[in-house]
Design a protein around this ligand. Structure first.
Ligand code: IFM
Length: 426
């Protein structure tokens, strides 16, 4: 297994992250994750940059300089290594790489290539996400994933990026949470959100001189899902064409849907929200599981969060064991190896993040003990960052970022996760 995951890397890099001790499989990935738009800053060519700025917008604030990671990536990668983790998950920004349809920026490609090199220099397995929600503004202005030829456009970008960095990657995610639109559509408040988002899109369309501006967030999933699935398949082929030889898969936003009572809608809900993308993972090399909480599902749908339950800054239930349920479910449906590509909690109280990590890792351990092929745990997030429509308020980071100076300060939870990683033991 480790040989497949690390195959394309130099002997030195392999040694660095193929742990010898511990009670976890050799080569188990211990990481922290970020996404370009959320940390890089000034992603001006992207759809989200425009959506943050138009009036009306549903974004509470613009991303601005974010964590300035486009300039500070060396420091970020060094922090990951110093913590004792052995992988870094980050995303490339399509908007920076393909600045206009068919026009590729060599300097942006070089930038992501340098990020990969920095990971390897520090003994970290580079885990690259090809698309993490944001797309180029020109792509959104053409109708985004509502357009039939979107799959072809995504594959061309995936091909370019792979030709630049593929020889040095350890793992690749085509799409981050492509089922997010389904999850949002299932929320009770979605009607209102869709109305507000509609006005925001209309305004963005005017600014972009487009007759149909579409972004992968807040759209009707029935209009985008089949094209995104096709884009995933075409992207998968483009990435597998090489160079490089590493596992490729999608990552899903997946909550632990717990049925309550003999008759409940949990199974139906799972099928609707996750079915199509779990099927896509079956046709890929692995499934990425991204879990934050559970939902209690009764005969008429979701039940309220239990009255005395602790809540996170996202107003979800603090429920670290959720990841056990989703690993089991994703593994059973896909039959593929599982990577936890995101898991974490939004809180100002870092002692709760420590407790969350302990609770989640206990479940990972149980899953492995039960024979499930879990190959990594990547925490969301390395840094406090731009949480999309909610702006900078929710704190998911293992490392805090001063909004004025960009100074990074690892929190106790970062050291805590690092201790697990160094021992490769849960
Ligand atoms: O910040 C997001 C990330 O971009 C995708 N997964 C969930 C995270 C927390 O909401």
């Amino acid at each position: 297994m480790a040989a497949t995951m690390l195959g394309a890397l130099s002997v030195g890099a392999r040694k660095a992250f193929a742990q010898k001790r511990g009670n976890l499989p050799k080569g188990f990935l211990w990481g922290a994750a970020t996404a370009g738009h959320q940390v890089e800053g000034n992603n001006t060519g992207s759809d989200i940059w425009l959506l943050e700025r138009v009036k009306p917008t549903i974004f509470s604030e613009p991303s601005g300089s974010a964590a300035d990671s486009y300039n500070r990536y060396v420091e970020d990668i060094n922090i990951v290594a110093e913590l004792g983790l052995n992988c870094y998950r980050f995303s490339a920004e399509w908007a920076r790489i393909e600045t206009e349809k068919g026009q590729f920026s060599q300097s942006a490609l070089d930038h992501y290539s340098r990020m990969v090199d920095q990971c390897l220099a520090k003994g970290l397995a580079p885990v690259l996400t090809y698309s993490h929600f944001s797309t180029p503004r020109w792509f959104a202005a053409l109708g985004g994933f509502e357009e039939k030829d979107s799959a072809e456009m995504f594959a061309r970008y995936a091909d370019r990026l792979t030709r630049t960095v593929g020889d040095r990657l350890a793992l690749a995610i085509t799409f981050n949470e492509p089922n997010i639109a389904r999850q949002l559509a299932a929320m009770p408040a979605f009607g209102e959100l869709r109305k507000a988002a509609g006005q925001m899109f209309a305004s963005a369309a005017r600014e972009a001189g487009s007759n149909h501006f579409s972004s992968s967030l807040f759209v009707d999933p029935d209009r985008t899902e089949s094209n995104m699935l096709a884009a995933h398949r075409a992207g998968y082929q483009a990435i597998k064409a090489g160079p490089g030889s590493f596992l490729v898969g999608p990552s899903l936003a997946i909550a632990d849907e717990q049925g309550v009572g003999d008759v409940n809608q949990a199974e139906e809900k799972r099928r609707t929200l996750y079915g199509a993308w779990l099927e896509a993972a079956r046709g890929s090399d692995f499934v990425g599981v991204q879990t934050y909480t559970r939902n209690l599902v009764g005969p008429d749908g979701d039940l309220p969060i239990p009255e005395n339950a602790e809540r996170t800054q996202m107003e979800s239930e603090f429920y670290p064991s959720a990841v056990g349920g989703t690993i089991r479910y994703a593994a059973a449906i896909t039959g593929k190896p599982v990577y936890v590509t995101e898991n974490g909690v939004a809180t100002e109280d870092d002692t709760r993040r420590v407790a969350y990590i302990d609770g989640a890792l206990r479940e990972v351990r149980r899953c492995i003990d039960d024979g499930i092929d879990v190959r990594g745990y990547i925490h969301w997030s390395l840094l406090d960052n731009f949480e999309w429509v909610l702006g900078y308020r929710p704190k998911f980071g293992l490392v805090s970022v001063d909004r004025g100076t960009f100074r990074r300060t690892p929190k106790p939870s970062a050291l805590h996760l690092g201790r697990y990683a160094r021992s490769n033991r849960i």
